[in-house]
Design a protein around this ligand. Structure first.
Ligand code: C5P
Length: 222
């Protein structure tokens, strides 16, 4: 029988982008394939956890053995995460849009012939990781965030750890030349209150397996 170190544990995972509507036919979004978050969900399920995956719009199948809630917007993602908590651990791998359009039009915005483009007003979306991190009733035993950065990776990740009250931040450099965005490989560092761990480059499945093993070590056996 396989080794199932997360048997009896509940894990909530977010993955993919969110889509924030501009009008009925347009949206703004972050670039995110969902590959890393979905791989973590699959690895956690394979390790025996009961996994609830809150997935934004992605072109990936639902991972085997995982309960998936499909959402579009950041607000829907937050509601689904809150409904799924508390849990033993949560891994927030989604690339949530920081802003949404203030007044989503009920009708498609049309060119008015003046040559003057429409202007959009934005409002800030809720920060799901920070909301959970600051809420004692929702907060899991282990809260893991991601930090995809194009510069100052370490500084930005460390400030996120503190600001969002995460226990660990998985940081990666997603500048174009790394090929990480949309690709199969990833190079990450794990930032915790007690230090930084550099992991070698490996594929996203392997990052998922190692992260899940580390989560299991942290939670311990039941
Ligand atoms: O600030 P930034 O978006 O880079 O932080 C990344 C981390 O915060 C990720 O774990 C991401 O899933 C989470 N996040 C979130 N809700 C947001 C923005 C980011 O949960 N609105």
């Amino acid at each position: 029988s396989p080794y199932r170190p997360l048997a009896g544990r509940r894990i909530v995972i977010t993955s993919g982008p969110t889509h924030e509507p501009i009008d009925p036919v347009r949206y703004i979004a972050n670039r995110s394939s969902g590959k890393q978050g979905h791989a973590i969900a699959a690895a956690a399920a394979a390790a025996g956890a009961e996994v609830l995956l809150v997935a934004g719009p992605v072109n990936l199948p639902d991972p085997y053995g995982v309960t998936v809630v499909h959402v579009e917007t950041a607000r829907e993602m937050l509601a689904a995460v809150k409904a799924a908590l508390p849990a033993d651990a949560a891994v927030m791998a989604a690339a949530v849009a920081d802003w949404r359009v203030a007044s989503e039009g009920g009708q498609k915005i049309k060119k008015d012939g003046s040559g003057k483009p429409p202007s959009l007003e934005f409002v800030e979306n809720p920060d799901i990781l920070a909301t959970v991190g600051h809420d004692e009733a929702l907060r899991p035993k282990l809260l893991v965030g991601f930090a995809a950065e194009t510069q100052n990776v370490l500084e930005n990740a460390q400030s996120k750890l503190v600001r969002k009250r995460a226990d660990w931040i998985v940081a990666n450099d997603v500048s174009a030349e790394t090929g990480i965005m949309g690709g199969d490989a990833n190079t990450v560092r794990i930032i915790t209150a007690s230090g930084i761990e550099d992991w070698p480059s490996m594929d996203k499945q392997e990052v998922a397996t190692r992260l899940v093993r580390r989560i299991a070590d942290f939670l311990g056996g039941l």
